[in-house]
Design a protein around this ligand. Structure first.
Ligand code: GLC
Length: 524
């Protein structure tokens, strides 16, 4: 691609495809690559710059594919490697880059390495994992009391009496990143996908890889034994050397959940990752002061190291933001997922529309989770016996409500997603939220996203500065005359003097901006 496209990750619009829920072409109720290829036009028309593909590798699906048994192939439920290659080619032909998801912290217990490690204590693969004797007289107590990322314990005992570490489910044994073979293997996996033309890598659980080999307990005021250990940066420096060897336009994008924004920024030093997901705004309440602080905090931390900020409202792990913003408590935490509190979907939708204009005009890259452009909400009515998320059994929360298959066409489920029964049920009310129903309707979420993405590319200047329209209004300029104004007060406000309103998230009241509404405008 041309020179102007270099460093594309700095301001790209990146669309997350969750393959099991995008579109099903082979009629088994689960999305697949053929379905994505058939509906690539949706992404071209939306105007996104890149697709981030959640894992599509062979997997026993203990954690919806985040338990990878082979990083160099495709699970038959999704298709074949040849189809993946064809999709990469077709996406490129449509001007869309491809990002694949690599999960380096753990692999599937069905991966040949782990099988070999279980078979014999002498196997060299044994050292690729964290096998340890237990505590107590008979070794029947776990080596540590660490709590897992999904809740529950983090060690499982094998028939030979030793224990192995898994920060997630027992089907996801953690790799030992102190071992050079593990490092070499993942560098080779990066090359495998870069050689197939992918433009970027999303790095799952990027801050967890290294563990303190002394296995200390997690205590306040002592260094954490597995979160954000300094040694992890050496891994990403090596990965950066690999990506740089492809000419400098292949991006590494980390999933880094970290409250300390300075520690977070360490991952973005010039010789490490190109970008990282910033979840600060995602976790933030719908509150003007808190959101302004979050934006400031984010921009400042990124500016200090010259890295691009990223803006994320939803993904496959969190409650969809139409639902979050329609509740009394608008923050995100797993604890308030499925807590039964009432949701005002109309309010949530109005705010989600305004949030789209906000996140698509802040400086940096914007991520869209599939279905957010359709205004989908969390399906909170899935019968628990249909839950597939391993978090459900452990923490009593389920991420399935945000993973429901997309509605494409028609008036009834499965809304063109499949000809079979979809792997998770879709709400009947989504008949108004299909891509078909929204296309051409200027008031729809889909047309709002399409217009916003088109305008974003044409209108945003490089500079960012706040406009002071009072403490309950988030307003800023990009360049000399472009402004985004979001009214978070309870009453309409007067718009600042302007030449034109480019786009509004909801109807204006003459020259007044109603509550929970945003506009893009050219100032006079
Ligand atoms: C990341 C993924 C999540 C997965 C976990 C374990 O947080 O986004 O879906 O369950 O890592 O791989």
């Amino acid at each position: 691609m041309s020179d102007k496209d270099s460093q594309w990750w700095r301001d790209a619009v990146i669309y997350q495809v969750y393959p099991r829920s995008y579109a099903d072409a082979n009629g088994d109720g689960v999305g697949d690559i053929a379905g994505i290829r058939a509906r690539l036009g949706h992404l071209r028309d939306l105007g996104v710059d890149a697709i981030w593909m959640s894992p599509w590798y062979p997997s026993p699906m203990a954690d919806a594919g985040y338990d990878v048994a082979d990083f160099r192939d495709i699970d038959p439920v999704f298709g074949s490697l040849a189809e993946a290659e064809a999709l990469i080619e077709e996406a490129h032909a449509a001007g869309i880059r491809m990002i694949v998801d690599i999960v380096p912290n753990h692999i599937s217990s069905e991966h040949p390495w782990f099988k070999a490690a279980l078979k014999s204590k002498e196997a060299k693969e044994r050292d690729y994992f964290w096998f340890r004797p237990g505590r107590g007289e008979n070794g029947d107590e776990m080596p540590t009391d660490w709590r897992g990322e999904f809740g529950g314990t983090t060690w499982t005992r094998t028939p030979d009496g030793s224990w192995y570490l898994h920060l997630f489910t027992p089907e996801q044994p953690d790799l030992n990143w102190d071992h050079p073979d593990v490092r070499a293997e993942f560098e080779s996996i990066l090359r495998f996908w870069f050689d197939r033309g992918v433009d970027g890598i999303r790095i799952d659980s990027a801050a967890l890889l290294l563990k303190d080999p002394e296995l200390p307990e997690v205590l306040e005021d002592t260094p954490h034994p597995f979160h954000d250990l300094d040694g992890v940066h050496e891994v990403y420096r090596a990965w950066r050397r690999v990506s740089d060897s492809y000419g400098g336009d292949r991006a590494l994008i980390g999933e880094v959940w970290m409250p300390d924004i300075e520690r977070f920024a360490n991952y973005l030093r010039p010789d490490e990752l190109h970008a990282a997901f910033n979840f600060d705004l995602l976790g933030c309440a719908w509150d003007p002061e808190l959101m302004r602080e979050s934006v400031d905090r984010t921009l400042l931390a990124h500016k200090a190291i010259g890295a691009p900020a990223t803006w994320v409202l939803s993904n496959h792990d969190v409650t969809r933001h139409v639902t979050r913003y329609g509740r009394e408590n608008t923050t995100f935490s797993f604890e308030n997922n499925l807590d039964g509190t009432p949701v005002d979907l109309e309010l949530g939708t109005r705010r989600a529309r305004a949030a789209a204009l906000l996140s698509l005009s802040l400086p940096g890259a914007a991520y869209i989770y599939q279905g957010e452009e359709l205004g989908l909400w969390e399906n909170e009515n899935i019968p628990p016996e249909q839950f597939q998320d391993p978090m459900w059994g452990r923490r009593g929360h389920s991420r399935d409500g945000c993973r429901v298959p997309l509605p494409w066409t028609g008036d009834e489920a499965p809304f063109g997603f499949t000809t079979a029964t979809p792997w998770l049920p879709q709400p009947a009310e989504w008949k108004d939220r299909t891509a078909q129903a929204q296309t051409g309707d200027p008031n729809s979420m889909l047309e709002l996203y399409r217009s916003a993405i088109k305008l974003r590319h044409a209108s945003l200047g490089p500079e960012f500065s706040w406009l002071d329209l009072g403490s309950s209004v988030l307003a800023f300029c990009r360049g000399h005359d472009f402004a985004c104004v979001l009214n978070m007060s309870g009453a309409p406000i007067a718009l600042p003097p302007h030449r034109t309103v480019l786009l509004a998230s909801g109807p204006l009241d003459g020259d007044r901006l109603p509550p929970d509404t945003a506009v893009w405008m050219r100032l006079s």
